[in-house]
Design a protein around this ligand. Sequence first.
Ligand SMILES: Cc1ncc(C[n+]2csc(CCOP(=O)(O)OP(=O)(O)O)c2C)c(N)n1
Ligand SMILES: [Mg+2]
Length: 566
Amino acid sequence: MAEVNGGALLARCLANEGVRFVFGLPSPEIDPLFAALEEHRIRLVPFRHESAGAHMAEGLYKTTGQVAVVVGNPGPGSANLVGGVITARHEGVPMVAITSQHRLGIVYPSLPSTFQGQDQLDVFKPVVKWGGPIFSWDRIPDVVRVAFREMWTGRPGPVHIELPAPVLYATGDGSTVRVSPPKAYRAPLPESSDARIAEVADLLAGAARPLVIAGSGVDRAEANEELLALVDRLGCPVLTSMAGRAVRPLDHPNAVYGLGAGGDLAKRQADVVLILGSRLGNLDLPYDKYWGDPATQRIVQIDIDPRHIGVTRPVAIGIVADVKQALGTLAAALQSRPRPTPAAFLADCRRAADEWWQKQMRVVESWKGPGLHPAHVVQSIGKAFGRDAIYVTDGGFTSLWAYWFLPPTRPRSYLSILELGMLGTGVPSALGAKLGNPGRDVVCVTGDGAAGFHFMEMQSAAREHAKITVVVFAEGSWSMEVPNELMLYGKNFGTEMGTVRWDVVAKGLGCEGMYAESLAEVDAALARARDVPGPVVICVRTDRAANLGVAPDPGMRFAEVYQGPM
Ligand SMILES: Cc1ncc(C[n+]2csc(CCOP(=O)(O)OP(=O)(O)O)c2C)c(N)n1
Ligand SMILES: [Mg+2]
């Protein structure tokens, strides 16, 4: 009989699920698990804030598909974790949030006498897909199975396990426990039926002006090759959601920039629209004025989550399936259906997009200074790190400049936070991405407001020897909040941030720090940053007016995201 404690048994179950990273802080209530991690080849990564730990898990998942565990200690540690877990819920990021708990004698219910007492199942209930407790040693494998099954059902998301400490200290005979491979207790992802796919193929084959709109679900399903094969075959334009920037190379011959005149033309004139892995949310401006007549435009939507189907635009066909499988079947079905290539439609959309882009972005080209334009800094970053890096973006206007001017990337290599819009994810997400991709450059482009939330994680990066390069756009303001104040009140309040030397702070945290005020200094710092072995922060003093100078048309579109059609 091999006696194992609950910590060791839980580590075995998590390793069985492919978990390779646990983000958490030690405490007696969780120590039996942490003590057993190394033996199961799971790396423990301590953080400086629990929510940042969740964002690390997010960066890891978005770039590799790997699921991590994030731990909150009883009371405050678990409370701190909530913001990160809500973000994961919105972003469709699977992770296991484990909250360690006191002995059951003083919780459920927690009385006012209980120090750090909080019935954490209640706290997490509204923010996770599923949550449950483990109340005894022998239920550990069972509850881990339930948690992973719930996590992967439909759209992935965070699940919660509440874990009273005595369960981890309890022992039992390890040989009595069955820890079976995940396939033995989980169904494969839902598949589209041949009959439905045949309907879609008929629609597309008969379309005069087909259009594909792809969201980040294509990245998550790793259906990027299938997407490109489809648009090549259809010869049609492909737009993406903002979050889906990486699902196809920006410079693909069929790519059309979506939020502008090219995308408008494509959406208005398309007779059949295929929406893949996207909920088509407000950021995609799903308003009638930008689309074709809903009575005649035929929309097909394929998504893993039934709750995403037909939310903002009426669909002719809605399919709940793994996008990769559905696209594979669709490609086969289209083989037997010859169709004319709508070359003129694609060319018209691309021309409209180009003209729009040239006109709108003249504001960037014509910038003469003397201050630094954030778009120029972004262009320099792109030149220094190229299209093979992983880019993580964070902040207000700064993240828009990054979105517009960073280079095309590989799939799953452009991270943004466009579902909940949580500021502060950039630094920890970049660290998580680096842990999962040690051989790749990871670059974070962040506003100075966003940077402040979890900047302490630069010290985590230094400690973990994780080389990330973080460029802080330090104009000293919560710039995105400025225009509304000026427009409505003619003055600013609360947007002034003060001056921070992020490079100096970084040095104090064990990182390399550099400072730049001119483009030449930016380029020199980026060149040096490439050769530094550890994490680097470049503090760039960008120009306030330039950061505020988003072109009017994209500015209006962002206003419409919040206000509705105008
Ligand atoms: C956690 C959080 N708090 C507040 C907001 C609202 N918000 C959105 S953009 C923004 C300003 C961001 O400033 P910064 O990161 O410096 O970028 P900038 O607009 O200055 O380029 C704020 C406060 C948010 N999205 N997330
Ligand atoms: Mg700012």
